[in-house]
Design a protein around this ligand. Structure first.
Ligand code: AHR
Length: 658
């Protein structure tokens, strides 16, 4: 061979080698079926933050319906004429009500306006159920006129609908009238006039719901928001928080027993998100508890999720309380432990049991089949295991089959995390709830997070996570892409990761304290974010078992030398879903090589779903809710290997079959 020819051959070999180096061969083992993906794996976590309950999922349209807001019983209301607040009403835990008197002049009026939550959103032609508890204290009857009003109207009339309502008798009774607005209004006002001969009239628990709620429940959920949850097919539903479980102090912790039974007699609780951030301050943010534990269990059942209630462990929020006296001493924990035991009875007990009867009386005699309970939210230090231990003992003794979820504290790593995991193992917690709101570089570095976790300890519940972009703490596509990348480590390690829930779930555009969030809404519209679509894709292509997928013998975790690729694979009957996330800004060629095929066996490409946006730092909006959505793409071929190109900044799911 001449010198020139030799040089040319060497150059050709180098080019060939370079070309080969650019194709990422991913070996997928089809013979060895891995750990089952738990049905609970991809779930949802609800907390009443960002006006997620009242003003959000809970479809009640009246704010402060029972006149119980503590600073001012008329907060949210505008009283006119002669109105008095009284507090010897028919509901002992919500004693306030209003008395309407004759205004004392034929040309004056008595009544009330309610502003709703950032206004009252109504749709033209739809029906709304107005209800009120009322009486005529001096006997006889009185007349009310109920209106929905457009206060910004330039027309002759302000009202968009009105209906008369007659109240009769000295006894408290519930009255109902259906309102049918002829116009769609995002911010109407509910107006109540005392009319007729203006007899003194008492009003309590003034309520307005769309009749078209999720599943038609009277005390129901906003349909579009519940649907956005149902569409995720969540395997687990964690509720009711979050920090509100703990309370800024124990007196204001979430108390599930106050959230069941007739809605009229559920005492309100403060919402710590009212004041946690003075830069996003909502002085009228309370929890009506209208969306209570019965409703949470019912919704879990209707959307096919395992309910996972989290209860106070007797520790007030540690972020907000340095004083040990803020917490319940361990030797006085019995009422808290009893709350946990009673909750299990409420969910699962026979109708003859005390709490099973409460459930049955609320319309659900069959048990809710509760399997999990969480004790404590983001607790830390020795005080947490000390508090958890007596709960574990009591729950194990009474309900050995219930799985107990503990916590590793608020941080994704560090001293407290390292201390709490072994403690959870020592106490025999079944799952440990980890939280991480972290920036891009953390997510990019976590592709192997669970690869080397202790296989003999509790299982993992990634209970709160979201990519919070550095300097970009708002929803955007890139954050969702990195969440997708991170989730490969969840999927790959399905033997120990049994649950994962993004957080927070909901946010009202006018009432948020925390972002990013999974689903946004105003009074009439809602929007599913890019992160929602990532959760949806993982849930939709969850599969049944993890498969081993390696590149050069190692997991594909975005490690140096892997060109920003993350990947995992699952088997679903005769189908295989390969998830590849290309976090780099260059296209990446991949070749899937299938091990474990018989000599004549091949694998056939079925199709592909791709999730990408050029709008890296934008998200869907209420005006353009489908700006960023997954699309179906071609993926063809058949053989012992299949090839594809993953475009830059893309989450792709390749679907194939044997
Ligand atoms: O999701 C918002 C808050 O973040 C939760 O209440 C708390 O658990 C975490 O600190």
């Amino acid at each position: 061979m001449t010198r020139n020819k030799a040089l040319l051959t060497a150059a050709a070999l180098l080019v060939g080698a370079a070309a080969l180096a650019q194709t990422h061969r991913m070996d997928i083992d089809l013979k060895k079926v891995g750990a089952p993906i738990q049905p609970t794996m991809y779930g949802i976590f609800f907390e009443d933050i960002n006006f997620a309950a009242d003003g959000g999922l809970y479809a009640e349209l009246v704010k402060n319906r029972s006149f119980e807001f503590p600073q001012d019983p008329l907060q949210g209301w505008k009283a006119f004429g002669k109105v008095e607040v009284k507090e010897d009403g028919p509901f002992d835990r919500c004693p306030h009500y209003v008395r309407l008197y004759d205004p004392g002049h034929p040309h004056k009026w008595t009544g009330l306006d309610n502003e709703g939550f950032f206004g009252i959103g109504v749709k033209g032609g739809e029906t709304y159920r107005f209800t009120v508890w009322a009486r005529v204290p001096e006997g006889g009857s009185s007349e009310l006129r109920i209106e929905l009003v457009n206060t910004a109207s330039m027309g002759e009339d302000q009202f968009v609908c009105q209906a008369p309502l007659t109240i009769s008798g000295k006894e408290w009774k519930q009255y109902e009238v259906i309102l049918t607005p002829d116009t769609t209004l995002a911010k109407s006002v509910l107006r109540i006039f005392l009319t007729g001969d203006r007899a003194t009239t008492d009003l309590e628990h003034v309520s307005l719901f769309p009749t078209d709620t999720w599943m038609g429940h009277r005390n129901g959920m906003r349909k579009d928001l519940a649907q956005a949850l149902a569409d995720l097919k969540p395997g687990v539903f964690r509720f009711p928080g979050g920090c509100i479980v703990e309370g800024a102090d124990l007196a204001t912790r979430y108390n599930w027993k106050n959230t069941v039974g007739p809605v009229e007699n559920r005492p309100i609780n403060e919402n710590r998100w009212e004041y946690t951030f003075p830069h996003r301050f909502f002085p009228d943010y309370f929890q009506s508890y209208g969306l209570g534990f019965f409703e949470f269990f019912q919704l879990s059942e209707e959307i096919g999720s395992e309910p996972l209630p989290i209860l106070s462990c007797g520790l007030a929020c540690q972020f907000q309380n340095d004083d040990p006296a803020a917490h319940c001493p361990v030797d006085e924990l019995q009422p808290f432990i009893q709350d946990a035991l009673d909750l299990i009875e409420f969910a699962n007990g026979p109708v003859t049991s005390t709490w099973g009867k409460v459930r049955a009386d609320m319309g659900h005699p069959a048990p809710f089949n509760l399997k999990f309970i969480g004790i404590g939210n983001e607790q830390w230090d020795a005080i947490y295991p000390e508090h958890l231990e007596p709960f574990v003992k009591a729950i194990r003794a009474a309900y050995p089959d219930i799985k107990i979820v503990g916590t590793s504290g608020p941080n994704s790593e560090g001293d407290q995390f390292d201390y709490l995991w072994p403690e959870m193992k020592r106490l025999g917690a079944d799952l440990v709830d980890e939280h991480f709101y972290r920036p891009e570089k953390w997510f990019l570095a976590q592709g192997a997070r669970y690869d080397n976790y202790d296989r003999k300890g509790p299982k993992v519940f990634a209970g709160e996570y979201a990519c919070h972009g550095a300097g970009r703490k708002y929803n955007h596509f890139n954050a969702s892409l990195l969440e997708a990348a991170f989730m490969t480590t969840i999927e790959r390690n399905a033997d120990i990761v049994h649950m994962a829930t993004y957080a927070p779930l909901f946010a009202h555009v006018e009432g948020w304290q925390w972002r990013p969030d999974l689903i946004w809404y105003d009074n009439l519209r809602s929007m599913r974010t890019a992160s929602w679509h990532v959760q949806h894709l993982y849930s939709e292509y969850k599969g049944q078992n993890a498969l081993t997928l390696k590149m050069n013998g190692v997991n594909v975790t975005g490690a140096p030398g892997q060109d920003g690729l993350f990947a995992s694979a699952v088997k679903d009957g005769d189908k295989v879903y390969v998830k590849v996330i290309n976090t780099s800004d260059k296209p990446q060629d991949v070749e899937f090589a299938f091990n474990g095929l018989k000599k004549k066996e091949t694998v056939k490409a079925v199709g592909c779903v791709k999730f990408h946006s050029d709008l890296l730092y934008q998200d869907n909006t209420l005006d353009v809710p489908d700006l960023i959505t997954p699309v179906k793409a071609a993926f063809t071929g058949e053989g012992k290997t299949l090839s594809a190109t993953v475009e830059p900044l893309t989450f792709a799911i390749y679907i194939l079959t044997k």
